[in-house]
Write a protein that binds this ligand. Structure first.
Ligand code: ZN
Length: 140
């Protein structure tokens, strides 16, 4: 395991804008605040969602779209740099009216309402290509 000790520089509570993309708003906020490394958690509801699942054998993402209202029962993620831009790596557990859940790597979702807690760190985190997994992982 590689690691780096970090210090929290600031924490924010945020209300996401209705009708805008969940992940893009986090990236825009990080750009505005100059945040290069952060972890966040959130909850709320979305009007639709696109989830990615990483096929470990194929080493490729499969996308699944859910064009329906969903609760964001839990969302967790982090902010780091990918290809020179801030990237909000976002995972979510989304629930349907009957209480069943879908979950995964959240690529996009239209916000109905959302609340976020974000903790920013005094470092930068940069993703580099990893040969073993074919993913872009932190260089620590
Ligand atoms: Zn992911």
């Amino acid at each position: 395991m590689d690691y780096r000790e970090v210090e929290t520089t600031s924490e924010y509570v945020c209300r996401l804008d209705h009708g805008r993309d969940w992940r893009a708003q986090i990236e825009d906020f990080a750009d505005e605040q100059g945040i290069d490394a952060a972890f966040f958690q959130g909850l709320g509801a979305v009007e639709d969602a696109e989830i990615y699942f990483y096929d470990q054998d194929e080493q490729a993402y499969d996308a699944v779209t859910f064009p329906e209202p969903l609760e964001v029962a839990a969302c967790v993620g982090n902010v780091s740099e990918l290809d020179g831009e801030r990237f909000a790596h976002t995972h979510a557990v989304l629930s349907r009216p009957d209480g069943t859940a879908i979950a995964g790597h959240l690529n996009s979702a239209t916000v109905f309402a959302g609340e976020l807690h974000l903790r920013a760190f005094d470092t930068d985190l940069v993703r580099e290509h990893d040969e073993t997994t074919d993913l872009d992982l932190w260089e620590l």
